[in-house]
Ligand binder design. Structure first.
Ligand code: NAD
Ligand code: ZN
Length: 238
């Protein structure tokens, strides 16, 4: 049997049980910092030090976090599909690296990566595991003070959109995991998939804002619902 090509989109809910806050958590990091000040270019230009401090805190929380059963299950699905020459595209809105830590080979980070810096001046992107500080210089252009986290802020265009749209429109199944469906363009992937004739399913703690757009849904914790779905898919493949 030919296996379906699957496009998986993940959001903050997949990392919640690893101890990283979602944006909607009542006492999450986001309630302590005004969103428009720490996740926009205008906020960065007003107060770069505050923005760097916010992401330094998020990066230190990431160092304490471990992948959970949902990350591991997605990597297992990816390996099973790769062994049969079938395609899984894993696209994440998360800037953490828990999919990689869980064994996924090349997740597409459409909103960037916390473990990389980007130079505001020359655009150089490179691995940056430590704190970003205004006193640091860019390794490429040498300018001091211009390093920012390599993350996509409100008002900026997500990364890899052409690759994402190609993979989405040629998939057989679109699965959205742990995302509220509130932020575009990712929230629009389900409609694009439907228009391209792709089946759609969501796995989330509760119905997302665009729950009606999905053909089917499993509601529950990612650490339970994702491994259960992956086990079903792998059983079908045998
Ligand atoms: P989100 O916080 O908006 O939604 C998380 C979703 O995960 C919710 O639907 C929640 O029900 C679900 N969830 C929580 N715990 C779960 C668990 N254990 N198992 C399964 N599901 C669980 O996050 P998002 O959808 O990833 O946000 C999308 C993008 O929006 C982010 O990448 C970020 O760039 C941007 N953003 C959003 C907000 C916001 O207020 N929505 C704020 C800042 C940035
Ligand atoms: Zn530079």
């Amino acid at each position: 049997m030919a296996l379906p090509n699957i496009f998986v989109l993940t959001g903050a809910g997949v990392s919640a049980e690893s101890g990283l806050s979602t944006f909607r958590d009542k006492d999450g990091l986001w309630t302590q910092y005004p969103l428009e000040e720490v996740a926009s270019i205008q906020g960065y230009e007003r107060n770069p030090g505050r923005v760097l401090a916010f992401y330094n805190l998020r990066r230190s929380k990431l160092f304490e976090a471990k992948p959970n059963a949902a990350h591991f299950a997605l990597a297992q699905l990816e390996a099973a599909w790769a062994a049969r020459g079938a395609i899984i595209t894993l696209c994440t809105q998360n800037i953490d690296n828990l999919h990689e830590q869980g064994g996924s080979k090349r997740p597409i980070h459409m909103h960037g990566e916390l473990s990389k810096s980007r130079c505001h001046d020359c655009g150089d992107v490179r691995i940056a595991d430590g704190d970003l500080l205004l006193t640091l210089g860019c390794m490429a252009c040498g300018r001091i003070g211009g390093l920012r986290p390599h993350v996509v802020w409100f008002g900026e265009t997500p990364l890899f959109l052409d690759e994402i749209y190609d993979a989405l429109s040629t998939a057989d199944l679109f699965v959205s995991i742990g995302t509220s469906g509130a932020v575009y363009p990712a929230a629009g992937f389900v409609s694009m998939a439907r228009e391209a004739g792709v089946s759609t399913m969501e796995i989330n703690l509760e119905p997302s804002e665009n729950a009606d757009a999905f053909d089917s849904a499993h509601y529950g914790k990612a650490s339970e619902a994702v491994p259960a779905w992956v086990a079903e898919m792998i059983a079908l493949a045998h």
